[in-house]
Design a protein around this ligand. Structure first.
Ligand code: DGY
Length: 323
């Protein structure tokens, strides 16, 4: 019997390709450059399964040309790049990679947080430019974290991991979430549940960990920035459209907030020119999960989900369409 065909839409760690190759014929794009929508459809036509990356837009236009497709395994915890409802209508399973990128993402939120609150990038440039002549008392003052308030929007795995780190830094942690989490989790993370307005008005550092959906699009816009402390920092490792990027640039330029650490963008890979020019801003190219260990685990998890579905078993990490 012919092996099923698994489409892998861009470069992933070799271990995952090797695992897939035991069970399937692998049609892999080995370049770390995504296919165009036309190329994607071309390759999807004969695919029984697809390992997708978050740069792929996967929905009805593709499904209509992929009659054999049984599963789309996204190599990401977020799946806003996939039309889950359209997949469900066609009986196509969608999976994601929760859990394996929690620590890497929380670490990187903290990397941005520390970099922006302690002026790491301007200080680095200062030294490289040969401007460091002697120790200075009054330059590069940043913000101290201990006893300050760390606000977390979205208190799932990653938000909680960011909270634990905040506790380690001696911060008071508050969070908002659609539902208050169990008391045991609040006790272990040291976080207190508050409403969105309180979170925004009281945070010295506000870190975003909500999924992107209709309720969270532009979670922060002009009105919210106006409510924030002028000394506050915003960190975003979630999804770009959770922040109104033009409003963020306005807030940074007008001094409505003090700084931002941003890993994700509203129209990725495009970044608002005003944000590129904004003061006190650390920008990264969507790399919060980018450690060798985590990216390998993510790809392996996607491969395991594909193999399960092709073997007629339930996948480990199905995405359930919202009602
Ligand atoms: C995700 O998994 O959703 C990240 O954005 C990419 O690692």
């Amino acid at each position: 019997m012919a092996k099923p065909i698994v489409l892998v839409t861009r470069a992933i760690p070799q271990e995952a390709l090797d695992l897939l190759a035991v069970h399937a014929t692998v049609d892999a794009n080995v370049a770390d450059v995504g296919y165009t929508p036309e190329e994607l459809i071309l390759h999807a036509q004969s695919a029984d399964a697809m390992v997708a990356l978050l740069t792929d837009r996967v929905g009805e236009p593709l499904f209509a040309h992929a009659p054999k497709l049984k599963v789309v395994a996204n190599v990401a915890v977020g799946y806003d790049n996939i039309d889950v409802g359209a997949a469900a209508k066609r009986g196509i399973t969608v999976t994601n990679t929760p859990g394996v990128l929690t620590d890497a993402t929380a670490d990187f939120a903290w990397a941005l947080l520390l970099a922006v609150t302690r002026n790491v990038l301007p200080a680095d440039r200062y030294v490289r430019d040969g401007r460091f002549r002697e120790w200075m008392m009054m330059e590069f003052h940043g913000a101290e974290l201990s006893r300050r308030t760390l606000g977390i929007a979205g208190f799932g795995r990653i938000g909680q991991a960011v909270a634990r780190r905040g506790r380690g830094f001696g911060m008071h942690v508050v969070y908002t979430n659609p539902r208050q989490v169990a008391q045991a989790v609040e006790e272990e993370t040291g976080a207190r549940f508050v409403d969105k307005e309180t979170l925004i008005a009281t945070s010295d550092v506000l870190s975003l960990h909500v999924p992107l959906n209709a309720a969270t699009r532009h979670f922060l816009s002009d009105a919210e920035f106006a409510l924030m402390k002028p000394s506050a920092y915003v960190i975003n490792t979630a999804r770009g459209p959770v922040i109104d990027e033009a409003a963020l640039a306005r807030a940074l330029n007008s001094g409505a907030i003090r700084g931002a650490g941003i890993d994700v963008y509203e129209r990725e890979p495009v970044v608002e020119a005003a944000l590129l020019a904004a003061p006190n801003t650390v920008l990264a190219p969507h790399i919060a999960s980018a450690t060798t260990e985590t990216r390998t685990r993510m790809a392996m998890m996607a491969a395991e989900n594909v193999i399960a579905v092709l073997a007629g078993r339930p996948p480990v990490n199905p995405v359930v369409p919202q009602a």
